[in-house]
Ligand binder design. Structure first.
Ligand SMILES: *[C@@H]1O[C@H](CO)[C@@H](O)[C@H](O)[C@H]1NC(C)=O
Length: 247
């Protein structure tokens, strides 16, 4: 803050350097994860200077800052990547347009993928773990402000319903579990078409909803499943966050 006296009034002006939050991404998995970061520029918020993709060997931590007005951000993990293959197919799950670095305009994660989502709107920080596009890696978001934790800490791959299970790695192990929307495109599960409102897209119409919700009640299981899973923290607390894969 900078103080100045104008016409006898004390005026407060914001410092020129933008406020920032710290985010740490921890890989608690026994396997390498290639984390990825995407900012939806259409929201008009700030854009982190952190790379849009990096490698995280097991038991490593990467810490960076994001702007205080990161209005539409997401972080996720990619599995079994080989960047000699093009685009999203370079990783078995979570791949993006681009390579190690996801394309800043189109590089969202391909399902099945567990997403962590961040919306800092100036009043509140909204964070969630989303299974809307399915699941690939267990994840938890914690914060330094004593606000609620959001998570899907359970590995949903081994017991995934057969029609949703996969892709599979070289030894036949599942490395993803699709949502029914990703697997079939069914509008009642995707909340599209006539199902594009909360009223017309109830949980009862989303196939396999209970598989995801029972295992991970603190994650969003379908587009309108937001009431008890979007976690807020007051912006004034300026909290920092940790995203942990395989918590
Ligand atoms: C394949 O995935 C399973 C888990 O589904 C894992 O236990 C196994 O180590 C993986 N194999 C390879 C070759 O990556």
């Amino acid at each position: 803050m900078k103080f100045s006296v104008i016409n006898g009034l004390l005026a407060l002006t914001a410092a020129t350097s933008a406020a920032a939050r710290q985010i740490s991404v921890v890989n608690g998995c026994s396997f390498t994860v290639w984390p990825a970061l995407f900012t939806d520029k259409r929201a008009g918020g700030g854009i982190p200077s952190q790379a849009t993709g990096w490698i995280a060997p097991p038991s490593t931590r990467t810490t960076f800052t994001v702007p205080d007005n990161w209005k539409a951000g997401r972080i996720w993990g990619r599995r079994d990547c080989d960047f000699s293959k093009p685009g999203a197919s370079s990783c078995l799950t979570g791949g993006c347009a681009g390579g190690l670095l996801c394309d800043p305009d189109t590089g969202t994660g391909a399902g099945p993928v567990t997403l962590t989502e961040f919306t800092f709107d100036g009043l509140s920080d909204w964070t969630d773990v989303s299974l809307v596009d399915g699941f690939n890696i267990p994840v938890r978001i914690t914060n330094t402000g004593g606000c609620a934790v959001t998570e899907c800490p359970v590995d949903l791959n081994p017991n995934c319903p057969p029609s949703l299970k996969g892709p599979f790695n070289a030894s036949g192990g599942p490395v993803g579990c699709k949502s029914n929307c990703v697997a079939t495109g069914d509008s009642a599960s995707c909340c599209t078409g006539s199902h594009n409102t909360a009223a017309t897209c109830p949980a009862s119409g989303v196939a396999f909803y209970s598989y995801f919700k029972n295992a991970c009640p603190r994650a969003i299981a379908f587009p309108y499943d937001e009431s008890n899973t979007l976690i807020t923290c007051p912006s004034s607390k300026k909290v920092d966050y940790t995203v942990t894969f395989c918590p």
